[in-house]
Design a protein around this ligand. Sequence first.
Ligand SMILES: *[C@@H]1O[C@H](CO)[C@@H](O)[C@H](O)[C@H]1NC(C)=O
Ligand SMILES: *[C@@H]1O[C@H](CO)[C@@H](O)[C@H](O)[C@H]1NC(C)=O
Ligand SMILES: [Cu+2]
Ligand SMILES: [Zn+2]
Length: 254
Amino acid sequence: MAEKALILLFVALSCRLACTEWADNNRGNGMYHGGYNGNYQGRSGSSGGSYGRFGRPRGIPRSPHERPSYDGTTYSRQTQKKLFATCSMMPDPAAPVLVTGTVRFEQTVSSQNQALSQLQVAVQLRGFETRDNNVDHGMHVHMFGDIRTSCADAGGHYNPTNMTHGSPFSAVRHVGDLGNIFEDGGGQVNTVFMDPVASLVGEFSIFGRGLVVHAGRDDLGLGTGENRTESLKTGNAGARLACCVIAHAADPQI
Ligand SMILES: *[C@@H]1O[C@H](CO)[C@@H](O)[C@H](O)[C@H]1NC(C)=O
Ligand SMILES: *[C@@H]1O[C@H](CO)[C@@H](O)[C@H](O)[C@H]1NC(C)=O
Ligand SMILES: [Cu+2]
Ligand SMILES: [Zn+2]
């Protein structure tokens, strides 16, 4: 008898875990599911505060994300989710080297699509020229994601706030100013960083824009003398080596 009860309890508990996982998986690729109407179901799963057919097993407390609503019978849920974007870098037709690879973006946002974290940028690129003495490469989000003929089609730096060019950590910068990336001895870049301004949500979302990697170092708006004017526009980062379009991506964990 006791054994049977234990087995039932075990089944109930494992169903709770499995059902949660099922619900999470079935959220799947729908990064906009419920995004606008606020009824997105958070990590603990199925609808209406239910644990499925078994109900909430005894002794398992409500998660801190569950709170009674006005009528006390339904529960609001944790309301954050992650957005993912990817960009598959292609060499510019005129570039002397073939820079390829991917840049992935990730950000935690609310169900109302407000940023809850800075933008994470994960860069994996290869093919940089190792025989020159330059290892710094400006990387920016540019205005356009339409780059059918060359990276020049991407237009200027994405600058919806009409500011001058700057460092990622400056108050005065283009939204697209991601600063420099640094190649290793093998002509590769493998790095992850956070950007405090660029975002996957909101009025100035970078989705659908172009991402450009340059041949030279971005002076971050600090150029002087003859270099001043261009420094405030482009950071004197030089030719466009490669570019891509920032696109929606699935959760890489699923
Ligand atoms: C952007 O800023 C420049 C320089 O401050 C100014 O001349 C220009 O009119 C502004 N453009 C818009 C669209 O606000
Ligand atoms: C402008 O940039 C060029 C190329 O990087 C450099 O050689 C030159 O010294 C710079 N001029 C000034 C005034 O900084
Ligand atoms: Cu650029
Ligand atoms: Zn810029």
